[in-house]
Write a protein that binds this ligand. Structure first.
Ligand code: MN
Length: 229
């Protein structure tokens, strides 16, 4: 064990369904524009683009039921309902056919976004970090292990705000499937156990206000609720 000059931080982690043990989070990767209708709602052509990725800090994860103070530096906080893939076995240049053997489990997640800062970054051709990777920007429900849930391919992803449905899509509507995402990403970085991948959001993203309760659910995988204070 190395000695550290300051106390080493506690690893970020997410809950595991029906278990007191938690899943340690190493890194968070997110896929952009992975549902055709969502790509179109921001004026992009879903047929022309390979997947692209951005990241959030590992300690951006928050659990189900977290009360989030409205983030600083924005007046347009948005929800993005997504399937989260938890990597249990790392690797580089993973093939699509073996990709699912690297998955430990799945959860519903929310890729919270400062939409105004993202629009500004796009216009100025600057990075998205401050619009996507801010503190507590990654709500994640309890992971369901593959041994329990299998690999959900046709489950329904739903986002509600104060009970009103805002997003609803089948996971099969994803342009890039989970195996394709893992194969593509692992050609660019070596994946490691503990990595999370937020796999993109369908159409219908919108703002959250103070006092709102936002719930992302996936059939068979439970839910993650975030309250905005
Ligand atoms: Mn997203």
């Amino acid at each position: 064990m190395a000695e550290f000059v300051i106390p080493a931080p506690t690893p970020a982690s997410v809950a595991v369904q029906d278990s007191p043990a938690r899943f340690p989070v190493r890194r968070i990767f997110c896929v952009g524009r992975n549902y055709a209708e969502h790509a179109r709602e921001f004026g992009n052509d879903p047929d022309k683009e390979p997947p692209f990725f951005f990241t959030k800090p590992a300690d951006a994860v928050i659990d189900d039921g977290f009360t989030l103070p409205y983030p600083s530096a924005t007046s347009d906080l948005h929800f993005e309902a997504e399937l989260v893939v938890a990597i249990g076995k790392g690797g580089a240049n993973i093939t699509e056919t073996s990709a699912l053997s690297h998955v430990w489990g799945y959860a519903p997640g929310n890729d919270l976004t400062r939409r105004d800062l993202q629009a500004e970054a796009k216009a100025m051709k600057r990075p998205w970090d401050m619009s996507k990777g801010f503190d507590r920007s990654a709500p994640c429900g309890a992971l369901v292990p593959v041994s329990v849930a299998g690999h959900p391919t046709d489950a329904v992803l739903t986002c509600t705000v104060n009970g009103a449905v805002k997003q609803k899509a089948k996971l099969s509507d994803m342009i890039w499937s989970v195996p394709a995402i893992i194969a593509f990403l692992s050609q660019r970085v070596e994946l490691h156990a503990g990595d999370l991948i937020y796999t993109g959001t369908p159409a219908g993203v919108g703002p959250l206000q103070r006092g709102d309760s936002c719930e992302v659910s996936i059939t068979g995988l439970g839910r993650v609720t975030t309250n905005i204070a």
